[in-house]
Design a protein around this ligand. Structure first.
Ligand code: NAP
Length: 286
């Protein structure tokens, strides 16, 4: 255990609720592995403004991970926000730099790193997103901003939510080859006509009572690369089926870890000890 003293730096996750957050496990494992004088806590908060005023007043409060439902609500209280986070309209990372609070979002860049670490180059790939919620929004914007996929297709469920995401992406990135559709229509056609599938709905998540996606597993071939953002269970039905069909698979754990790695490096200035962080996470999830 780290010895807490007057120099200890504090980082934390804020959300409502936060009791299921795995961020304390990941970050504290990293601090302990490197022997850094940092500690990471979880705060269940509803008063976002008060929380950020408190952070600003505390010199040794170094960083905040922001989770649901506060990712948009924190924005008015920040001094700076990076351009992609601004376009997405969401922040998952706040850094206390001098007297400033600086916001960014690491979900998309972390996902990109998960693909890179798995040896997948997304340039010139046809990428299919299942779902049109907050996580897909963050990742799709980051992909449009930083790589040149041949095509991005987003399949949603609720028309208004899907249309808003598609319209916002078209306005921000008029040159990308962007398509849209619905999860209940021609899913087999969409799967066959894409290289990379990123599952971004909660369907299939442990404890999620809503109905499952009717995924056409027979349309998968070994050329597909399949990521599931869900990390409970570690291997979803989609990932198990994809692995059986010979596809390369990437678990939601990798996305979770990589977004935390970017935060860790931003706040500590050290290269994150990925193996120690992964080990601690897997121990908790098993
Ligand atoms: P969200 O904002 O609530 O969006 C969920 C999306 O999935 C929406 O498009 C929603 O449709 C759709 N959906 C929900 N239930 C569905 C069902 N039964 N069938 C078909 N579509 C359904 O959630 P989110 O924050 O984007 O998170 C999505 C998933 O990613 C969750 O499982 C979350 O745990 C996971 N996640 C993982 C990481 C990670 O680091 N690995 C990070 C963030 C999120 P509507 O438009 O109709 O609402």
């Amino acid at each position: 255990m780290i010895e807490i003293d007057v120099n200890t730096k504090l980082c934390a996750v804020i959300g409502h609720p936060v009791r299921h957050s795995l961020s304390p496990v990941i970050h504290n494992a990293g601090y302990q592995s490197l022997g850094l004088n940092f500690v990471y806590l979880a705060f269940d908060i509803t008063d976002v403004e008060g929380c950020l005023r408190g952070m600003r007043a505390m010199d040794n409060f170094r960083g905040i991970s922001v989770t649901i439902p506060h990712k948009e609500a924190v924005i008015p209280y920040l001094d700076e926000i990076d351009p992609v986070a601004k376009k997405i309209g969401s922040v998952n990372t706040i850094t206390h730099e001098g007297d400033k609070l600086i916001g960014t979002i690491t979900d998309g860049a972390g996902t990109l790193n998960a693909f890179r670490r798995a040896g997948v180059d997304l340039q010139n790939k046809r990428i299919l997103f299942l779902g049109a919620g907050g996580a897909v929004r963050a990742v799709a914007f980051t992909f449009a901003e930083t790589i040149q996929p041949e095509q991005i297709t987003i399949l949603g469920r609720t028309p208004s939510r899907l249309q808003k995401l598609i319209n916002d992406l078209r306005v921000a990135y008029p040159c990308i080859n962007l398509h849209e559709g619905y999860l209940t229509e021609n899913l087999d056609h969409y799967v066959r006509s894409h290289d990379v599938i990123i599952q971004g709905t909660p369907a299939g998540m442990t404890g999620h009572s809503e109905e499952k996606l009717q995924f056409p597993y027979d349309s998968l071939t070994p050329h597909h690369i399949v990521m599931d953002m869900i990390y409970r269970p570690l291997y979803t039905e989609l990932l198990l089926e994809a692995r059986n069909k010979g596809c390369k698979i990437i678990t939601g754990i990798e996305m979770l870890l990589e977004q935390a790695v970017l935060q860790f490096e931003l706040w500590t200035g050290y290269t994150a000890p990925l193996d120690a962080m992964r080990e601690s996470l897997e121990k908790v999830l098993k």
